[in-house]
Write a protein that binds this ligand. Structure first.
Ligand SMILES: [Zn+2]
Length: 124
């Protein structure tokens, strides 16, 4: 395995751990998320400041808008193909939509955080 491949694998593991489990990219403490998709101001264990690197604003819409259209199209297609009862459709929407939106937001924000920390020289 080459160095660049190892680096990419290591980065992906860090991204997944940061996004899913909220682990600090520097020390690994579980302190990244304060809300479902919002960073804590800083790491409680090592003091790394997250809020300075948090992606905010309209850039996130470029991912959320197509995702919203995909979710709507998926719901319409499911309704068309399976014709589930309304209560089941509503229950699915209540569970699936926030899960997909927050999961995607967490992955995106964690990837941007790690990229920005690397660019700033905070992470190796
Ligand atoms: Zn930390």
């Amino acid at each position: 395995m080459t160095d660049s491949t190892e680096q990419a694998t290591k980065g992906q593991g860090g991204l997944t751990r940061a996004a899913l489990f909220g682990l600090c990219p520097r020390c690994g403490a579980r302190s990244l998320w304060d809300a479902p998709a919002a960073f804590a101001p800083s790491c409680r264990a090592c003091g790394l400041v997250f809020e300075d690197y948090e992606p905010r604003g309209r850039g996130l819409y470029f991912v959320l808008l197509p995702l919203t259209f995909l979710l709507i199209a998926g719901a319409l297609k499911l309704d068309d193909l399976v014709r589930p009862p309304l209560w089941l459709m509503l229950a699915l929407i209540v569970v699936v939509v926030p899960g997909v939106i927050f999961g995607t937001l967490r992955l995106m924000k964690a990837a941007l955080l790690i990229a920005r920390l690397r660019a700033a020289g905070v992470l190796a």
